[in-house]
Write a protein that binds this ligand. Structure first.
Ligand SMILES: NC(=O)c1ccc[n+]([C@@H]2O[C@H](COP(=O)([O-])OP(=O)(O)OC[C@H]3O[C@@H](n4cnc5c(N)ncnc54)[C@H](O)[C@@H]3O)[C@@H](O)[C@H]2O)c1
Ligand SMILES: O=C/C=C/C=C(\O)C(=O)O
Length: 490
């Protein structure tokens, strides 16, 4: 097996329905994290380019046909967009495998299908959406319209680039807004296609724009731009704080999906046939680079050793390798910087006295992957839930098993975190399942499952894991302004 050698791609910004170079012609390089090969040269937007994209989006919003179309017309174009995503699913998944290092097989079969569903779901949703009517006897009547907000900045992270961007773009466009998208700088490939896919679907020029470059420059220019009305951001809590500040002067609406450090709680009455593979997925999917990862695994002491043995065996059986290859469970980490961050926690774990169960080193790999940013699935045991490895979002294939004795103790540990994105509970006891679900302070609780998504359900975080909710009417509330019209009838 040799590496999938590809030509170096040249990727422009997408503004007003066409690919354009940066105004100063600058580009930045994108590497394949499995091999460190150069895979793309991407135009690096200047502040002037961001300004142009925002003004184009404003013009398309104010003067173009998009917001004036009937919902049926808009929905038809969005459905076409979903169809094109499915037609191009191999190309999109290849791109995510190339710059994220995400296993191709899982991406093409699941994430890209979900991306198409994100767009189609919101097309269907707005077609069925009604308004409110409040008659005031014979004198007056009130009715509500949901109008688009304006120009949206959609700023997205590198771990799930395409799917997460469509999760925002679907409701943004369904609501009649226009968009300037900014993907993460190390994973620009798949998202770069969204402008041309929108155009092919018949969405007018200027409605979907994509700018590329560093967060501190391009992201910052977007979040301070006076033409941007709202920001939907998914990324780290630290960046969320920065964006909140930079959007403050122009009072932008924000929706933030931020970091997590989920407790994955295994009770002694859990069915380990389900809990072990479920916890393995929650720990190591996408090399643990998932906001929803079950990275703190709380295990009741009476079954601790049994769970530990089974979990360790399953973790060590995961196939770490080339993301492009069939059967690969785990690819590399996304970049050298991120590899250094994740592996710094191996030192921290040692200093904190955590016990290493397995992993903690580079896996043995074929020669062409020697330069890849690989780390074996890594499992620790810790008796100190307050230690840094139990508190900080490592965002890699590094998880900690923490023993507990009682339900109260499990809840106390689960809630002893700044984050509150999600929690996971494994138990065969119905009352306990509800009790624990009610008391874990997080936006989503999965019981005897993980990462099962119904797009109508609210999705978002308590505490430092976010602001607002996405999903179904929650997304539409963010991407529309409710207007009440009161008519005197006499
Ligand atoms: N809650 C969720 O749904 C969810 C989903 C996926 C990832 N995440 C979180 O995302 C993080 C990993 O992603 P990441 O490392 O790409 O996050 P990040 O915050 O570093 O970057 C996210 C995006 O913000 C941009 N950005 C960076 N600085 C900026 C600034 N000053 N102004 C405007 N934009 C800026 C980046 O360029 C990138 O496009 C993890 O914390 C993870 O938990 C959360
Ligand atoms: O890594 C984070 C994954 C987030 C998933 C979603 O936002 C979703 O499923 O809508």
């Amino acid at each position: 097996m040799t590496s999938v050698k590809t030509d170096v791609k040249e990727i422009g910004l997408y503004i007003n329905g066409e690919y354009v170079p940066a105004s100063n012609k600058n580009t930045f390089d994108v590497m394949n994290p499995a091999t460190q090969e150069l895979i793309a040269r991407v135009s690096e937007a200047t502040e002037e380019d961001v300004d142009r994209a925002c003004r184009v989006a404003r013009d398309a919003f104010e003067n173009g046909p998009w917001r004036r179309m009937t919902v049926q017309e808009r929905a038809a174009k969005l459905r076409k967009m979903a169809d094109i995503i499915l037609e191009r699913k191999e190309e999109i998944a290849r791109y995510d495998a190339m710059d994220v290092g995400k296993p191709y097989e899982a991406t093409v079969g699941h994430e890209v299908a979900r991306a198409a569903h994100n767009i189609r779901f919101f097309a269907d949703f707005v077609e069925k959406q009604g308004g409110e009517t409040y008659p005031m006897g014979e004198e007056y009547i009130n009715y509500t319209r949901y109008e688009p907000v304006g120009v949206a900045a959609l700023i997205t992270p590198w771990n799930v680039p395409f799917m997460l961007t469509t999760w925002k773009l679907g409701p943004c466009l369904a609501g009649g807004n226009t968009a300037v998208i900014k993907p993460a700088e190390n994973t620009p490939l798949s998202v770069s296609l969204l402008g041309e896919i929108a155009k092919e679907a018949g969405i007018p020029d200027g409605v979907v724009n994509v700018v590329q470059g560093q967060g501190s420059v391009v992201g910052n220019a977007l979040s301070t731009h006076p033409e941007v009305d709202l920001i939907s951001f998914t990324g780290s809590t630290a960046t969320g704080k920065r964006i909140l500040k930079s959007g403050a002067d122009t009072l932008k609406k924000v929706s933030f999906e931020l970091g997590g450090k989920a407790a994955n709680i295994i009770f002694e009455d859990a069915d380990l046939e389900k809990a072990v593979p479920g916890s393995i997925r929650a720990a190591f999917m996408n090399s643990g680079q998932v906001c929803l990862a079950g990275s703190r695994i709380l295990v009741q002491r009476s079954i601790f050793n049994e769970f530990l043995e089974k979990f360790k065996e399953a973790a060590m059986a995961l196939k770490v390798g080339d993301p492009q290859e069939k059967g690969t469970d785990m690819g590399p980490l996304v970049s050298e910087d991120h590899y250094n961050k994740v592996t710094s926690y191996l030192e921290i774990a040692k200093e904190e006295g955590a016990e290493l169960v397995c992993g903690g080193k580079r896996p043995e790999l074929p020669e062409y992957l020697y330069k890849g940013f690989y780390l074996e699935p890594t499992v620790y045991i810790s008796n100190n839930p307050k230690s840094r490895i139990c508190q900080e979002e490592i965002f890699g294939p590094v998880v900690t098993l923490i023993p507990f004795d009682t339900e109260e103790e499990a809840l106390q540990i689960a809630n002893d975190t700044d984050y509150g994105l999600n929690g996971v509970v494994w138990t065969e006891n119905l009352q306990r399942a509800h009790r624990i679900s009610h008391h874990v302070r997080a936006g989503t609780i999965w019981v005897n499952c993980w990462f099962v998504r119904d797009l109508r359900a609210p999705f978002g975080g308590f505490k430092k894991s976010g602001i607002g909710r996405e999903g179904g009417h929650h997304s539409m509330e963010f991407f529309t302004e409710a207007k009440n019209i009161c008519i005197a009838l006499k």
